[in-house]
Design a protein around this ligand. Structure first.
Ligand code: PHE
Length: 358
């Protein structure tokens, strides 16, 4: 029996020394293989008597079971260790920050336009959009700026194909054509609601809800330096009713500027000016009371009481309807709000600049 115990101990010690499953299988052969030690012992039983075979056989079987048990334990241990090594090698550090796809965001001028829309929206203004390719009629003539009017020379623009020699198509030089387009639709709609026939060219003097609208969008002029770009933005404002006066313009625009810049002490100045489509007209300047721009007058918009000829071109009777309009520069407002000093940065498309506004 001591001999069997010694073999079992030897097997256990040998299995323990195996460092890989292949190693282990080789060592196993030494004990359980065809010419392994246990197999040899079994062979040696042939010469024994039946009685001896019984006891010897049982003892050998016990030893064999012990060796097989030790072998299986070692197999399991090596397999576990191998799995452990593999897991470690293929480990994922789930705490590492992911590789993110760059997130887009709104352009600073778009942020300004959204802000303008929200503020005027809260004051009951609709938002309208119109074409960037305009006809000569909407861009100039309907706005009381006939052909050969000197004011046209300040609006040199890009002419596009289509239209005619006397009525060319062009890239709009301002958002003011939207005054006409929107008002005409508004009048048409409310006139239709009232019913009845309309004589050709008859101006509307019935009742209708006030026109209160802003029209933001892209505009174009032949102009290019640090503060002018051939493409730029404007936002038109129009309020027409039966009793809309310059004081409403002053109130609305002052309220807008103070809300936009979040400065209750912002001061506005309405400086007399000229536009063919407003009379009287005023340039609107603002002045900050603190900060880097404090004390300077900064021009932000043109404005005025809508000219009676323009009211007529809207299809309205100027004896009954009156109002004001303004046109401001969202690019300029964005520069002032964020302290940007070169307009061209807005249109270069450099993400290092643009990502600062996200
Ligand atoms: N359209 C004018 C411009 O581009 C601005 C303006 C709009 C002035 C509305 C008066 C009324 O300069």
């Amino acid at each position: 029996m001591n001999e069997l115990n010694a073999i079992v101990d030897d097997a256990k010690a040998s299995f323990a020394q195996a460092t890989t499953p292949a190693d282990l299988e080789n060592i196993k052969a030494r004990f359980l293989g065809k010419s392994g030690r246990m197999t040899e012992l079994m062979k040696g039983m042939a010469a024994l008597s039946v009685e001896e075979k019984k006891t010897r056989g049982a003892a050998i079987n016990l030893a064999k079971q012990a060796i097989e048990g030790a072998l299986n334990n070692r197999r399991q241990a090596l397999a576990d260790a191998e799995l452990q090594v593999q897991l470690q090698a293929e480990a994922l550090d789930v705490t590492l920050p992911g590789r993110q796809r760059g997130q887009g965001g709104l352009h600073p001028v778009s942020l300004t336009l959204e802000r303008i829309e929200a503020i005027f929206g809260s004051m009951g203004f609709e938002v309208a959009q119109g074409p960037e390719i305009e006809t000569d009629w909407f861009n100039f003539t309907a706005l009381n700026t006939p052909e050969d009017h000197p004011a046209r020379s300040m609006h040199d623009t890009f002419y596009v194909e289509g239209g005619s020699a006397t009525a060319p198509n062009l890239l709009r030089t301002h958002t003011s054509p939207m005054q006409i387009r929107h008002a005409v639709q508004h009048v048409k709609h409310h006139r239709a609601l009232l019913g009845g026939e309309q004589a050709k060219g008859e101006l509307f003097s019935g009742d209708m809800p006030e026109i209160r609208v802003i029209a933001p969008g892209r505009t174009y002029r032949v102009d290019s330096d640090a503060t002018h770009s051939p493409m730029f933005h404007q936002c038109e404002g129009l309020w027409v009713g039966e009793n809309v006066s310059f004081k409403d313009l002053k109130f609305v625009f002052t309220d807008f500027c103070r809300t936009f810049f979040e400065r209750d002490d912002l001061v506005l100045r309405f400086r007399p000016s000229f536009f063919p489509f407003t009379e009287p007209s005023a340039e609107i300047d603002i002045q900050f009371q603190s900060g880097p721009l404090a004390g300077r007058w900064l021009e932000v918009a043109g404005s005025g009481q809508v000219h009676p000829n323009v009211i007529r071109n809207m299809g309205l009777e100027p004896e009954k309807y009156i109002g004001f309009a303004f046109g401001m520069g969202p690019d300029r407002l964005t520069m002032l709000r964020y302290g940007v000093n070169d307009l061209r940065l807005f249109f270069d498309g450099d993400v290092r600049f643009l990502s600062q506004f996200q």
